[in-house]
Design a protein. Structure first.
Length: 533
């Protein structure tokens, strides 16, 4: 039938057979395809109008699918127009092209399909067309009687393992290797298997898991978003399949190949004889990719590919579970930070969940933001702001801290003390000094501008957890140390001090300069402050 991106719609109608022309014998419990000629003049009609009529019609029987009648394209009586932009893929039949059909003034889009370069299993329907369900309302079979075929079920070690044990795999790498080994055990001559899963990550476009029979191990690749412009990806089966162009099936000993991806030549040189790349669709519509290569002289059999096809939907769900977990973790780490994201993913999701901890709090504010935005323009200012955030975040992470949030043009970071109070203070102070030393015009490619910041640092007890409404929470720090750090930053902006800290922080810096007790906005008592050289 017409397969949309390797996804079949199973008909409720029972499969049937031709009494006059029995299909090739079917091996029990294996996927199979057979094509039989139909005797006499067979017609396809739509509401009484003859669409196609032929003495050379054929019927295709495929495991657990309704039979499909194919007509030589020259025996279609109405005008067919090739439908642009639509192709689909079947690993047993090839890549299908689609046709629009006009029936007495009625335009029917993608009404029929044909395989112009069919695979050996289906070569006899090459150059024939079949019609989508509902297009033909009646077939005149000219005495050919079609009876149900008992297909049974696809079973075996691989299916049993997927249904009973595959869920025990703890990682996508483990699942990939175990699946490849099971296929080998069942006689599929697989030499290489890869799975590409797109991800939700600010820097990583996705993950590619590649298993090789030679090493019996899985290598993991994490390409950046630059992959979309990289020649190796642009001219690859991964792009072809994930862009919805259908799958790829190529006998590597066939010089007249439809697909000329460089990877196929590489695999052929390594001894591969057959290759298939097929979609692994996720429930949300995302198209991922599964590829396999084999080294059997005759390539993959219909039963081989049928086994993979029958189990791919279940395998896809396993990979989707792994991807959802990784996406949740990466999104939480992206928006909350690694430490905080881990806590939320671990179940701290209710309002009030959190801990009372001691921590050094760092508040870093970009100076003269209003002037910079006005001078640079919005786009360049946003670019500069992102550079500022990236630089400060990398420094804070490198010294054991974590950015909790970006507030306008400011950064709020935490350095939990655990049982090492002095260490947390030193980490915060070291981060502040490094930030000041690196925040300058040359970093952000704005040589005409004076880029500067003001930093406040304080130490004390804070509540580290969830606050907010019942439906909208914020994981943050609440406490006087956080307030004082922000106010010390404001105090530094009003003067010439780039880093202002409390006594707890300054004690580790012999060059700190006392500023005495200062009054801070919205802080009840004066705070002994120090300017850091």
């Amino acid at each position: 039938m017409g397969d949309t991106y390797f996804s079949w719609s199973f008909s409720n109608a029972a499969p049937y057979n031709s009494v006059m022309n029995a299909p090739a014998p079917k091996i029990a419990n294996q996927y199979s395809i057979s094509v039989s000629p139909l005797e006499g003049r067979v017609r396809a009609l739509r509401d009484g109008v003859t669409v196609a009529e032929s003495n050379n019609a054929k019927v295709m029987y495929e495991t657990r699918l309704a039979p499909i009648i194919y007509f030589p394209i020259n025996d279609v009586r109405l005008e067919l127009t090739e439908a642009t932009g639509r192709r689909s893929f079947c690993p047993f039949k090839g890549t299908a092209s689609y046709f629009d059909l006009e029936v007495e003034g009625e335009q029917i889009g993608s009404a029929a399909w044909a395989y112009n370069d069919a695979f050996p299993e289906s070569k006899s329907v090459e150059g024939h067309v079949a019609f989508m369900p509902g297009v033909v309302t009646e077939f005149d079979l000219a005495g050919n009687k079609l009876n149900p075929l008992d297909d049974g079920n696809i079973v075996g070690p691989t299916v049993d393992w997927i249904m009973r044990e595959a869920w025990l795999c703890e990682t996508p790498q483990e699942l990939t290797a175990a699946t490849a080994r099971k296929l080998l055990e069942e006689g599929v001559a697989i030499t290489r298997m890869s799975v590409m899963i797109w991800s939700l990550h600010p820097m990583i476009a996705g993950k590619i898991y590649v298993w090789s029979k030679h090493s019996d191990a899985v290598e993991t690749y994490t390409p950046s978003y630059d992959i979309h412009a990289h020649p190796a990806f642009v001219n690859s089966p991964y792009r072809h399949v994930s862009n919805g162009l259908g799958g790829v099936r190529q006998r590597l000993n066939d010089d007249g190949s439809e697909f000329r991806f460089p990877i196929l030549q590489d695999l052929k040189m390594d001894g591969a004889t057959d290759y298939v790349a097929m979609p692994l669709p996720f429930s949300g519509g995302q198209t991922n990719v599964l590829t396999m290569a084999c080294d059997h002289p005759s390539g993959f059999t219909t039963a081989n590919l049928g086994l993979v096809f029958e189990t791919s939907a279940v395998l896809s769900r396993y990979y989707e579970v792994f991807a959802l977990k990784e996406n949740a973790q990466s999104l939480l780490e992206t928006y909350l930070g690694k430490r905080t994201g881990k806590r939320v993913l671990g179940g701290e999701i209710r309002r009030g969940d959190g801990d009372e901890i001691d921590a050094a709090i760092l508040f870093c504010d970009l100076r003269e933001s209003t002037r910079l935005e006005s001078t640079l323009g919005r786009d360049d200012y946003i670019k500069l702001l992102n550079g500022f955030f990236e630089e400060t975040t990398e420094i804070i992470n490198a010294h054991g801290g974590e950015v909790l949030k970006f507030i306008g043009d400011a950064v709020l970071a935490i350095f939990p003390a655990d049982e090492e109070r002095n260490l947390a203070c030193e980490q915060a102070l070291t981060s502040a000094k490094e930030i000041v030393s690196k925040i300058n015009a040359s970093v952000f490619d704005q040589p005409s501008e004076n880029i500067d910041c003001a930093i406040g640092i304080a130490f004390g007890g804070v509540t580290y957890g969830n606050v907010g409404s019942r439906e909208r929470l914020d994981f943050t720090v609440i406490g006087s140390a956080a307030n004082i750090a922000a106010r010390l930053g404001d105090f530094g902006k009003r003067g010439t001090y780039k880093i202002v800290a409390t006594a707890d922080i300054a004690q580790s810096d012999p060059e700190s300069i006392t500023l005495g007790k200062v009054a801070l906005h919205n802080v009840d008592q004066t705070v002994e402050a120090f300017a850091i050289a």
